[in-house]
Each structure stands twice: as structure tokens, then as C-alpha cells.
Design a protein around this ligand. Structure first.
Ligand code: ATP
Ligand code: MG
Length: 659
């Protein structure tokens, strides 16, 4: 198990005398250290897997790590092991300690669009941009563990003042719904552990060893949670790379790397220098690029994988041409090298770039998977269905009540809901409970109240079944009973309805499979749906080209990578140029470049359409910064130079030596 590690990796995996930080560049085997260390703890140190938790950045990474651990440990040995994101760990803590957190265990988890709705309901005068800013500000405060009282004192401009004014009402609304937002999943456990040392001890005893991947992208609240659980013993290993810190915009604080050494003077820092992922051409380019940033820690990277092919830089006319060029090159390469589709990734800065690529892939009949895109779970039809599920789980979830009650319509209009809402507000209860109170009869017209109650009874019946029958069966019956398919065809155009209905079917199938795999009923599955929507829909293993945003590509690797839209204004993004935050964009580029194992192709367009007009665009400064030695510029005659031929040969030899 440890024999497949190099010396410093092994040292990190074996070190247990105190807190440990592995600080190293991309592809140096940081994640591999975590996996090996889990196996080492269980197999050699006799620790029970139940007492170990590994924290990953995405659900997808958690799934991959779970699989890798599965190769090293038997099913019995790995039983009870926790491998999940900070947020998923938060759910577990809040669920188990719900009473202390003032929640019932069936609380709802609201996603960004739900919480945005709450902000919009509260700030009736704010325009769209203002709403977004307020929402963002409140979320930022929660991530920094700033309470409404503190926020009021801190607020220093118009937006912050407005946000501070809303913040208490926002929190109150969440609690009234028995709901939490994503930020609460970290902030609540932190507060709970601060206020209840006995709860903190319970979790310290349960999770005796913590391993944290992608540590450079933790935020203040996550770091505090880590410290609370790891306690003074500092029983943890964190791995990270400051050059890959790409979530500052979401409150992550790379300063946490320095803070760790301050908080734990006995911190053992281990550096890794051998890269096992990429060819030297790719590595040199990545190193040269990132040298343009002010450096925090000194790092070196080298690889035994030969020189490798130069990085291809390809100029294209416009985005359409770019998509076509990329896909044609990929097809040719696949044909020539007999690779699989899943050996290729197309990475981009912004989600909007995916649309054209998807369309072109479909035209060329190339299979693909997409992650980190506009979430599947954010689609209206999926939110319609999940609103029913949320209501089954938590009748206090008024947002879910309103959406499910009115989609499809049941003859209940805004007036009835408002009357019911007024009554519920007076009584300090949810809409659902209010409808069943006798007092409601004085406030809501008889016929409408009957309709609401009928709906309530229907929900109760389904809830009863949801606890006992397989998830898929109950969900199928639910969707049939509400006549959702027919409603879609009534309200949307034929093609739109077809797409939506097919999405609903996918969702039902997926949830059904998940229920069987995880042995969970519909209610148990429902609680974590919002969490999945935040990250990524799990892809089944199938042979397709991977599309991903640069942010979503972190930690992953592919033999052949295409990085598209590498232009000034896009990467670095215009807003970052304006705000003087080019360094974070450069790290994003570094992440992209270091995903590639054998080949990297970078493309840019000569012109782009914005607001209906064509603009000439410049190739990104980052292309220059890769260094002339690593790249191959557009070459119309496409003759292979002597150097290239030599490099190819050397590369081939290195690869043959490897396998
Ligand atoms: P990133 O910074 O991108 O997250 P990382 O440092 O976590 O990268 P890993 O993903 O753990 O790196 O490793 C990169 C690749 O190198 C993986 O394919 C891994 O299996 C391989 N690898 C790591 N260490 C070794 C080793 N000692 N021997 C052979 N292969 C290794
Ligand atoms: Mg990693």
C-alpha cells in the first residue's frame, strides 16, 4: 500500500505524531497520499474506518476517492468510512444535533435559487442587481461567521447596509421554514460546537482522524470546523497547493495555509516535487506561467514522463469555428491514436461557452458528459418535482408548499395563499399546518380551504408510503397523481414539453437507482438533493468527452485536454482585469494546463459576438506566459520540425518505458 508511494509521500502517509500539511504542486500525488493514508490508518494502525473522515471538494471527488479506497481496503475494513464534502459532513452534524441547533431532523436544505427567492420576498424594493448583491453579501458574512448583530455594525456602504437590515429577517424566515441554506451547513455546526462542548467532544471522539483535500480553497468557517473537530491534538492531514486557489471569489481564503502553521506550531509541512501526471513540456509551461504570480511558497515540479509534445496553440475565427476545429482535431487524434472519448476533456472559463460546444458535439455525434454546468437540478421541471418531495419531508417548508400547491394549479390563487399566510403568520406556524387549524375557517373561504386540505391529505398519504415503499414506485405514483406530464404539454410547446418530461424521467430513474444503491427511502434521499444540485450530477461511467468549467476540473486529469477561449477578457476574465485580480485567473489557467497528461491544445478566437456585435479579441496574455519553448504556434504548412520529431521519439520511448 505504501510501497507505491515515493519517499516524501510515504512520510506524509505515515506521519501521525501531530498535524500534517502536504504542500505541493499539481499532479504530485497529494490526493493519492490521502487515499494511502486512510488505508494505512486502517490496515497498519488498526484504526476503525468509522473514526476516519476524508473531506473532498466535490461530490464527484468524494465518489472517486471512495472507489480508490475500495481498491485498497476490503468492504469490511472500509465500512463506516466518511468520504464527503464539508457541506455533506455539515448535514450529518446538523441532522444528528438538530435539537441543539433548534431544528427538527427533517429540516429542508435550500439551494441558491430558493434562498434568492427569500431575499427577493423580503427586499421588495430592490432591483435585480441589488438583490444579487444583498444575497451575496449575506452569504459572505455567513461564510466568515459574522452574525446579524456584527454585520449591522460592520456595514459600510449602501449594499451592506441594506443586507445588514435584511439579514435578521432572512435568518428568521429560514428557521420558520425549518430550513437551512448552504452556508448554514458549515456555520451551524461551528456555532453549535462553540456553544455545546459536549457535542464537540462527541464528534471529536467519533472522527478521530481528518484528512482534507484541496485545503487551499477552504473558507474561514470550514477551517474553524476543521479545528473544532481536530481539537488541540490536531489529528489531521491537509493537502493543498496555493497555486491552485481559485475560490477566493466565494470566500475561500488561501491565508488559511499560513494560519495553520500559526495555530499549530508543531505542524509538519511536507513538500512533494515529483509530478506523475504530465509530460515535461506541460509542466514547464505550467511552472513558467505561474512564476508570473507573486509566490507564497517555493515549489518545484519535475516529471519522468519525457519531454512530450509541444502545447498546440490554435487561432480560430470565432466561437463556432473554434468548436468545430476542436472537435475535428479530437476526432482525428482519436482515430490516429485509438483512444477513447473519455480520454479527452474540453475545458472553459464560463458556463456559457459550453452551449456551442455541446451543440457541435451533437452535430458530430460525439458522446459527452458535462459537469459543473447549469445544474440539472436547477431546471424548473426538476424544481417542481422536488418541491413536492421537500414538502413530504418537511411540512414547514413554505416555499415548497407554495410551489407544489400551485404547480400544477389547484384553483388556489395568490389571494387564498395570502389569507392563509396572514393567519399562519399570526399563529407563528407554517402554511401547511395552518390549513388544518380550525381557526383557518374564519380567514380562508370554505371552498378554497377544502382544496388546500385535500392537497394536504394527499401529501400526508404519500408521506406515509414514502417511508415504506421503494423510492421510485412512490415517485412514479406521485407524478402520475398530480398529472404533471399532461400539465407540461398544456403549458409548454411540444418540443419544450418533451425535453422537460424527459428530464423528469431521467430524474426519477436516477433517484430510483440512488435509492436502491444507498438503501434509502424517498424522504432520506430528498434531504440531500439540494446539496447535489450545488455540485454536480453524478455521471455514470460512460465513454464520452468530458466538458467542464476550469473550476469544476480541479483535482481531475485527462490524457488530452483542450482549453478553449483563452482570450483577454475571457481568461483572464474582464471583471478580474478591471478589479486587478489577474493572479487568481492565472491560477485558474494553471489548474487548466495541469489537468493534461500527454497533450494540451489551447484555442482562441479572433472575434467574438457580444450584445449582438462583433468585437476583435486578443489572445490571452497567459499564452505568452507559457514560454516560447513549450508551445507550438499556428503553423500553416504543418511541417514537423526536427526538434519536434526528436521530442516525439523521446516521448514515445519514455511512454513505452512506462507501460
Ligand atoms: P492536483 O493538485 O491536481 O489535485 P494531486 O497532487 O492531488 O494533483 P494526484 O491526483 O494524487 O495528484 O496524482 C496525480 C497522478 O499521479 C494520479 O494519476 C496518481 O495516481 C499518480 N501518482 C501519484 N503518486 C504516484 C506514485 N508515487 N507513483 C505512481 N503514480 C503516482
Ligand atoms: Mg488532488
Amino acid at each position: 500500500m505504501l510501497s507505491t508511494l515515493n519517499a516524501p509521500q510515504r512520510e506524509a502517509a505515515k506521519y501521525l505524531d501531530g498535524p500534517c500539511l502536504v504542500l505541493a504542486g499539481a499532479g504530485s500525488g497529494k490526493t493519492r497520499v490521502i487515499t494511502a493514508k486512510i488505508a494505512h490508518l486502517v490496515k497498519t494502525c488498526g484504526m476503525s474506518a468509522q473514526n476516519i473522515a476524508a473531506i473532498t471538494f466535490t461530490n464527484k471527488a468524494a465518489k472517486e476517492m471512495q472507489e480508490r479506497v475500495g481498491h485498497l481496503l476490503s468492504g469490511g475494513e472500509s465500512k463506516g468510512l466518511t468520504v464527503c464534502t464539508f457541506h455533506a459532513l455539515g448535514v450529518r452534524i446538523v441532522r444528528q444535533e438538530a435539537k441543539l441547533a433548534g431544528l427538527k431532523p427533517q429540516f429542508s436544505i435550500l439551494d441558491a435559487s430558493d434562498t434568492h427567492q427569500i431575499v427577493a420576498d423580503l427586499a421588495t424594493n430592490a432591483d435585480k442587481a441589488m438583490l444579487k448583491a444583498i444575497h451575496w453579501t449575506i452569504s459572505g458574512w455567513k461564510n466568515a461567521l459574522i452574525t446579524p448583530q456584527e454585520a449591522e455594525k460592520l456595514a459600510s456602504d449602501e449594499i451592506e447596509a441594506a443586507a445588514a437590515k435584511l439579514y435578521p429577517a432572512y435568518e428568521k424566515t429560514l428557521r420558520a421554514y425549518q430550513a437551512v441554506d448552504f452556508d448554514d451547513l458549515i456555520a451551524l455546526p461551528v456555532r453549535l460546537f462553540d456553544e455545546h462542548p459536549e457535542a464537540r467532544e462527541r464528534w471529536q471522539n467519533k472522527l478521530r482522524y481528518l484528512l482534507v483535500d484541496e485545503y487551499q480553497d477552504t473558507n474561514r468557517a470550514q477551517y474553524k470546523l476543521l479545528r473544532q473537530i481536530a481539537g488541540v491534538r490536531g489529528a489531521f492531514t491537509a493537502v493543498g497547493d496555493d497555486d491552485q486557489a481559485i475560490y477566493a471569489w466565494r470566500g475561500a481564503d488561501v491565508e488559511n495555509l499560513n494560519q495553520l502553521a500559526r495555530d499549530y506550531p508543531n505542524l509538519r509541512v511536507i513538500k512533494l516535487e515529483q509530478n506523475y501526471r504530465s509530460t515535461n513540456r506541460i509542466l514547464t509551461a505550467a511552472n513558467t506561467l505561474i512564476a508570473n504570480n507573486e509566490k507564497m511558497f517555493d515549489k518545484r515540479l519535475w516529471s519522468e514522463h519525457g519531454i512530450g509534445d509541444p502545447i498546440h496553440i490554435v487561432a480560430t475565427r470565432d466561437a463556432e469555428n473554434e468548436a468545430e476545429v476542436v472537435i475535428k482535431r479530437m476526432q482525428a487524434h482519436k482515430f490516429e491514436c485509438r483512444t477513447h472519448w473519455r480520454d479527452y476533456a474540453i475545458l472553459y472559463r464560463g458556463n456559457h461557452q459550453a452551449r456551442l460546444i455541446e451543440q457541435t458535439l451533437r452535430n458530430f455525434k460525439v458522446p459527452y458528459v458535462i459537469s459543473g454546468g447549469q445544474s440539472f437540478f436547477d431546471r424548473a421541471e426538476i424544481k417542481d418535482i422536488t418541491s413536492y418531495l421537500r414538502l413530504l419531508l418537511n411540512p414547514d417548508d413554505d416555499l415548497a408548499f407554495i410551489r407544489s400547491m400551485t404547480t400544477p394549479r389547484r384553483g388556489i390563487g395568490p389571494a387564498t395563499l395570502e389569507a392563509l399566510g396572514n393567519y399562519a403568520g399570526k399563529r407563528h406556524i407554517g402554511l401547511f399546518s395552518a390549513a388544518f387549524e380550525e381557526g383557518a375557517e374564519q380567514h380562508v373561504p370554505h371552498r378554497q380551504l377544502e382544496a388546500v386540505r385535500e392537497f394536504g391529505n394527499f401529501i400526508n398519504k404519500i408521506e406515509y408510503r414514502a417511508q415504506r415503499e421503494p423510492a421510485k414506485q412512490v415517485l412514479d405514483d406521485l407524478i402520475r397523481a398530480i398529472g404533471y406530464e399532461a400539465w407540461l404539454y398544456e403549458h409548454c410547446e411540444q418540443r419544450e414539453a418533451e425535453t422537460k418530461w424527459s428530464n423528469v424521467s431521467d430524474f426519477v430513474g436516477w433517484l430510483g437507482r440512488k435509492g436502491e444503491e444507498d438503501k434509502k427511502n424517498l424522504l432520506e434521499l430528498t434531504q440531500t438533493i439540494a446539496l447535489i444540485s450545488m455540485l454536480d450530477k453524478e455521471d455514470e461511467d460512460f465513454d464520452g468527452v468530458q466538458l467542464a468549467t476550469l473550476h469544476a476540473s480541479k483535482g481531475l486529469e485527462w490524457p488530452h485536454v483542450f482549453l478553449i477561449g483563452v482570450e483577454e477578457g475571457l481568461l483572464p476574465h474582464q471583471s478580474s482585469i478591471d478589479e486587478d485580480k489577474v493572479e487568481e485567473e492565472r491560477r485558474l489557467m494553471y489548474v487548466g494546463v495541469t489537468r493534461a497528461q500527454r497533450s494540451l491544445t489551447i484555442t482562441y478566437c479572433d472575434r467574438r459576438k457580444a450584445a449582438g456585435e462583433w468585437h476583435t479579441v486578443e489572445p490571452s496574455r497567459f499564452i505568452e506566459e507559457l514560454g516560447a519553448d513549450s508551445v507550438k504556434r499556428p503553423d500553416k504548412n504543418a511541417v514537423v520540425s526536427k526538434e519536434d520529431a526528436k521530442a516525439k521519439l523521446a516521448n514515445l520511448r519514455a511512454m513505452l518505458g512506462r507501460t
